[in-house]
Design a protein around this ligand. Structure first.
Ligand code: MIC
Ligand code: SF4
Length: 635
């Protein structure tokens, strides 16, 4: 029997476990990436691991999230990141060089290799045929220290793309269609592999738009084969030596299969407040638009901006619309400057923003009260834009720019594309190679890690919050310009935990001195930020009982000593109310054995599963991975 792309790459990197779907395995990581918002914590953790130099083939530290610098905090973080990267042998991509995933795709991704990144959109590099996985910062630190990355051997979903897209329909519409089919929880512990004649008309940046937003399916990752189109892209980046052809065997067996006819696809949009709330653009056509943003790691390539420019050429932005353009990298910015594309946007009345995450993570450009904002980004979770009442729609660059001109949601396919350049402008001057100098600079915003408590043998605590399905990490640990500067200051950042649900959460948690969270399906979807586990742990959250968990967040809970439990019978969710006292005996917790929770307030028992292996049980019991490693070294 033949092998899928996933099986081929995993078998070459397998360190432990068997390639049986659903079993825990560990794989070797070739490359890592971090960004500044998760990076400060990741490097504080790396410093605890007792190594002098990273053990990966390549590690890169990017600064792209917190570039607003409205106080000393972000700049201090950047200094720390640059100096710690220098010490440990990590490349450092300076603020302004671009969004980590766009730059990594351009300059470092390699077909057939593994990449672990402390950002959930690391699968962007799957557009290059890499097995690229998002994880919490601690997992990435461990990979830099030479340890394997453990994951559940994923199932493989095949999406066959047939025919070609019509004009005005783009790669973004393909992934929105996949989200419509699979939903935001349809990809958990699965890899999505693309195939079919339709992929031959998609360039690497278009493929990367699709694999990028595979993160919104909850998938482990998404991947395209590496073929002549991959070679072309690498050649344009003067990196043809990095090419390796890679495709799934014809007789491989997939766990699920879907076919999408690209010729039939229409322009789509994800409506507020979920990336899988899909509608046709034609069905939204009279909705008035206040803001349009083109950028983010999903849609900020040269090709995306070139198409948008061709549509707005010789036209003006509607008088009631604010249009922002965010080139994904310095390379894209230089290219659009050289080709006159930038001038088209400026003449049309666009606002030109720095090559960074910016508005995508609520760092500026928050919409007005009740405003409709159309974004080419990947997430429209409630509150993420910084304006709770805003209505954010996710769309393609074509739909975004057409709407910026007309002032209502629309897609005008009547435009002529400019020919693509033969090669990209290469200048890596903003990527600093390490010199191994031990001169780490720690400003006052870099606080030491806190000493986490071991797990109680008997947890007997109150349910502090009872939550619905699809709680995002933006709900648990919001981002935005008021919060992000405190990513390396846990006490300060813990003030914002669950702010979209309860502004008094910290106060209540401190008074309770120990609590339990109950939730529905897909708890912790979205970002890889381990702060969504560390800060609740700091506030005394001991266990989360949910109908199901998002992959990265579950791992972060384990890494920071919070027990993730799943209802055996989903209906038991209804048997717990907020404020109930639950009792969980964790003393004799064993692999493959369910636990019985006592609801003391209602005098009933509820069965839950933990799905933890022996190692994970030991990690949680000791108060998290760092404690576990420290105690291991003492023994
Ligand atoms: C996001 O898009 O939500 C982020 C901000 O990039 C996060 C990382 C973070 O919270 O720092 C992610 O996707 O992992
Ligand atoms: Fe940055 Fe937005 Fe991409 Fe996250 S999703 S890495 S915030 S551009």
């Amino acid at each position: 029997m033949g092998h899928t792309l996933t099986e081929k790459i995993i078998s070459k990197h397998l360190l432990s476990g068997q390639m049986i779907k659903g079993e825990n395995i560990s794989i070797k990581i070739d490359q890592t990436l971090t960004q500044d918002a998760t990076g400060t914590m990741a490097y504080l953790e790396l410093e605890q691991l007792g190594i002098t130099k990273v053990k990966t083939e390549l590690s890169v530290s990017y600064v792209d999230h917190n570039t607003l610098q409205s106080g000393f905090e972000n700049a201090d973080d950047h200094k720390y990141l640059q100096t710690v990267a220098d010490k440990f042998g990590i490349y450092f991509s300076k603020a302004g060089n671009g969004i980590c995933h766009q730059v990594h795709l351009e300059r470092f991704s390699k077909p057939g290799k593994t990449l672990l990144g402390s950002d959930s959109h690391t699968p962007t590099s799957g557009g290059m045929g890499m097995l690229a996985i998002g994880a919490g910062g601690l997992d990435v630190a461990l990979a830099m220290a030479g340890q394997g990355f453990s994951l559940v051997m994923p199932k493989v979903v095949n999406i066959e793309l047939k025919n070609r897209l019509k004009k005005g329909v783009s790669a973004k519409d393909i992934i929105l269609e996949v989200l419509r089919i699979l939903t935001v929880k349809g990809g958990v512990n699965k890899v999505v592999e693309y195939s079919g004649d339709g992929i031959k008309s998609l360039s690497v940046p278009e493929r990367a738009t699709i694999t990028n937003m595979g993160a919104e399916l909850g998938a482990t990752t998404s991947i395209f084969p590496s073929d002549e189109i991959t070679y072309e892209f690498l050649k344009m980046q003067k990196r043809e030596k990095d090419f390796e052809a890679l495709e799934a065997d014809k007789d491989c067996v997939y766990d699920e299969k879907y076919i999408i006819d690209l010729a039939e696809l229409k322009p789509l949009a994800a409506k507020p407040h979920s990336p899988d709330s899909i509608a046709r653009v034609e069905d939204l056509k009279d909705i008035k638009v206040d803001q349009v943003l083109i950028g983010s790691c999903t849609n900020s390539s040269y090709y995306d901006l070139m198409k948008a420019a061709c549509i707005i050429k010789d036209k003006k932005v509607h008088k009631d619309v604010s249009l922002g353009i965010v080139p994904g990298s310095k390379q894209v910015l230089e290219m659009i400057t050289k080709d006159g594309i930038l001038e088209i946007f400026i003449k049309a009345g666009a606002r030109i923003l720095e090559s960074a995450c910016g508005a995508c993570i609520g760092m500026g450009m928050s919409p007005a009260t009740d405003a409709v904002s159309l974004r080419t980004f990947n997430r429209n979770f409630y509150g993420r834009s910084g304006t709770l009442s805003a209505k954010v729609y996710l769309v393609s660059p074509e739909t975004a720019i057409s709407s910026a001109i007309s002032g209502v949601i629309s897609n005008d396919p009547n435009f002529n594309e400019m020919p693509m350049p033969k090669e990209f402008l290469i200048d890596d001057a903003m990527i600093i190679a390490p010199t191994f100098k031990d001169a780490v600079v720690r400003g006052p915003n870099i606080k030491p890690l806190f000493d986490a408590e071991a797990l109680d043998d008997i947890i007997k605590n109150e349910v502090i919050l009872k939550l619905e399905d699809n709680i995002t990490t933006d709900d648990i640990m919001p981002a935005g310009s008021k919060v992000l500067p405190y990513r390396s200051n846990i006490d300060k950042i813990s003030e914002f935990v669950f702010n979209t649900k309860d502004l008094n959460f910290k106060k209540r948690a401190m008074e309770l001195k120990g609590s339990i969270v109950v939730a529905g399906q897909n708890y912790g979807q979205g970002s890889s930020r381990e702060h969504a586990a560390i800060a609740p742990k700091y506030l005394g959250v001991k266990a989360v009982i949910a109908k199901s968990f998002a992959r990265i967040h579950r791992k972060n809970l384990i890494n920071f000593g919070i027990l993730p439990l799943v209802f055996v019978n989903e209906k038991d969710y209804d048997k717990i109310s907020q404020k109930d006292i639950l009792e969980i005996n964790t003393k004799d917790i064993l692999e493959n054995k369910n636990l019985i929770i006592k609801n003391v307030s209602k005098n009933i028992n509820i069965e839950v599963m933990h799905n933890l292996d022996a190692n994970e049980i030991a990690i949680i019991k000791e108060g998290g991975m760092l404690k576990f490693i420290k105690n291991l070294n003492k023994r």
